[in-house]
Design a binder for this molecule. Structure first.
Ligand code: FAD
Ligand code: NAG
Ligand code: NAG
Ligand code: NAG
Ligand code: NAG
Ligand code: NAG
Length: 485
């Protein structure tokens, strides 16, 4: 027995658009979509027993959409049909893979989830240093496939986000200093548009669209397949990975040490400083993780600079990239189902006084709110890479950022939400004032959702993006939570 998808019925049958893709008799998702897709496409209303096998899982429980149903297309052809039917019947949808991109307002979203998990192929062309990944591939699968073949690519630092989802906003991580953003490796994409057509975008075909999807990609269609240039594995695939733990009184000296890297961070060196709170000992601390794709002897000069600050604990390891990426799994970073939102900004320098105030404010907030389990992270990546493709050929606007600040606002009692948001937006405003930029530079993939299109895409890019949006997605069916208006 199929359950009618009541929430959609009135919307679905109010205004019917084009021809064969509408089905006036259908009262269920299966009845509406089923006739047009292959039998292996999963379809389930939210009250059906098998819904959980069809819907894409989300990383955060914060702002979870109210799915009225889910569809898991088996092929690109099926995805085309799903989009045509949804558009014709005005059924809102959000396509997901890794489920790591929550945005403010999605909690009010009612519509269907289009789960891209079946597009899980990775095709390696080792001889030409190219890899093609499907929309269902996770970063960890891409990292592992390349590593095993003696290759590598610049991804994000965790294994769990969707590879193409990360690419759509830019893609930053510990290899950004070496190779640039993940979009800088992108050679071409195949995508399904709002009309249900399949188009290719590259530097040769649909050039403007290719510009737009490299930074604002979630607004123009669903990329089913993306081809990237790859590199030979650096240093045999091994990384020096060092963890330092600092007690609160060292915070100012640590910020001063970080500042010495402003504007001159070596390409191979990446690190992040994480403010956290140790509940058992009731004390704040700062953990620094340093990554260097070379032997410890070569990284030693940088290790020494962090050691000089006086950490209370240091752990130096030399491990494979894959073991390093896997730590996102073992440390719990990839765990699903917690309430977590993010506040974020980009900086071009370290403002020691502001960082010190932020640390003091975080400390007071931890003490006042025992249920708050959040962290505040400053990610440092060199932004001096010389690209083969000029930066002007991509929509990603914030290449002048060296330091990406982001919080994970985590708590268990949802009643704490407004208190956390109020506190964190105050912190964000304080840090913006000394960020080095008069206009906020926000990485759209880390965004909370309240920053607005100029902060995500830059005011300068908006006219061209809006023009392309009018061409490719005039009814705004894509880009939920991070659009241009
Ligand atoms: C634990 C964690 C670690 C992270 N680490 C990094 C990092 O190191 N570097 C970094 O740059 N970012 C990082 N991010 C942020 C990440 O880039 C974004 O969350 C990104 O949106 C994740 O994509 P997804 O497929 O997992 O999410 P989803 O929620 O499935 O998708 C996010 C958005 O992208 C759209 N989308 C997904 N797939 C496609 C597609 N094929 N075509 C068009 N649109 C698509 C969706 O419709 C949605 O709007 C991290 C996030 C988390 C939670
Ligand atoms: C889910 O269950 C319904 C009703 O039993 C069935 O029609 C549909 O094919 C099922 N879908 C999947 C993906 O199992
Ligand atoms: C990398 O690490 C592996 C396993 O620890 C080791 O066998 C190999 O020699 C190392 N290579 C380099 C270049 O350090
Ligand atoms: C940060 O460091 C400064 C300088 O040592 C110190 O005065 C301050 O108390 C520290 N902050 C916290 C929260 O401990
Ligand atoms: C942040 O810390 C500064 C300096 O200690 C203090 O003046 C300010 O009131 C604090 N703000 C919050 C929100 O805690
Ligand atoms: C930061 O950017 C601003 C605005 O572009 C510029 O004036 C300043 O010199 C930059 N600072 C650094 C350290 O790059």
């Amino acid at each position: 027995m199929l359950t009618p998808f009541l929430a959609l019925a009135s919307v679905a049958f109010g205004v019917l658009a084009y021809g064969q893709h509408t089905n006036r008799g259908a009262t269920t998702l299966e009845g509406l979509y089923g006739p047009w897709v292959s039998p292996s496409t999963g379809i389930a209303g939210s009250t059906e027993a098998n819904f959980s096998t069809v819907v894409g899982r989300r990383w955060s429980a914060w702002e979870a959409p109210q799915w009225s149903g889910a569809i898991k297309p088996a092929s690109q052809r099926d995805l085309q049909e799903v989009i045509k039917i949804s558009v014709a019947n005005k059924i809102p949808f959000i396509a997901t893979n890794g489920g790591h991109g929550p945005k403010l307002g999605q909690g009010q979203f009612t519509g269907i989830n289009v789960n891209l998990a079946n597009f899980d192929t990775i095709t390696l062309d080792a001889a030409n240093n190219l890899v093609t990944v499907g929309a269902g591939v996770k970063l960890g699968e891409l990292q592992k496939t390349l590593f095993d073949a003696g290759k590598e690519i610049q991804t994000g630092n965790a294994v769990c986000p969707g590879a193409i989802g990360v690419t759509m906003g830019g893609g930053i991580g510990m290899k950004t200093g070496l190779y640039g953003l993940l979009i800088d490796a992108l050679r071409s994409v195949r995508m399904v548009t709002a009309k249900g057509d399949v188009v290719t975008a590259s530097s040769l075909e649909n050039k403007d669209l290719f510009w737009a999807i490299r930074g604002a990609g979630i607004n123009f269609g669903i990329v089913t397949e993306a081809t990237y240039g790859i590199h030979e594995r650096i240093n045999g695939g091994n990384v020096t990975a060092v963890t330092f733990v600092y007690a609160a009184p060292s915070n100012r000296s640590l910020w001063e040490a970080l500042k010495t890297f402003d504007g001159n961070q070596p390409a191979k060196l990446s690190f992040q400083a994480i403010i956290q709170y140790d509940r058992p000992s009731n004390s704040p601390r700062i953990v620094v993780q340093l990554w260097y794709p070379g032997p410890v002897s070569e990284a030693q000069q940088y290790i020494d600079r962090f050691a000089a600050v006086g950490p209370v604990a240091t752990s130096v390891t030399y491990i494979t990239q894959i073991d390093l990426y896997q730590q996102s799994q073992t440390s719990g970073t990839c765990d699903q189902g917690h309430i977590i939102s993010a506040h974020t900004l980009g900086f071009n320098h370290t403002d020691v006084a502001s960082f010190e105030v932020h640390f003091a404010n975080m400390t007071a907030f931890y003490r006042a709110n025992p249920d708050f389990q959040g962290i505040s992270v400053f990610q440092y990546y060199s932004n001096k890479v010389t690209l083969q493709t000029p930066a002007s050929e991509t929509a990603f606007p914030w290449r002048d950022v060296q330091i990406w600040w982001l919080t994970q606002d985590q708590y268990t009692d949802s009643a704490l939400g407004p208190t956390v948001r109020n506190f964190m937006s105050g912190q964000r405003a304080n840090l913006q004032a000394t960020s080095g930029f008069s206009a906020p530079h926000v990485y759209v993939n880390y965004a909370l959702g309240d920053e607005g299109p100029a902060a995500w895409y830059s005011a300068a890019n908006l006219p061209k993006l809006r023009r392309l949006k009018a061409k490719w997605d005039p009814n705004n069916v894509f880009g939920n939570g991070a659009g241009f208006s």
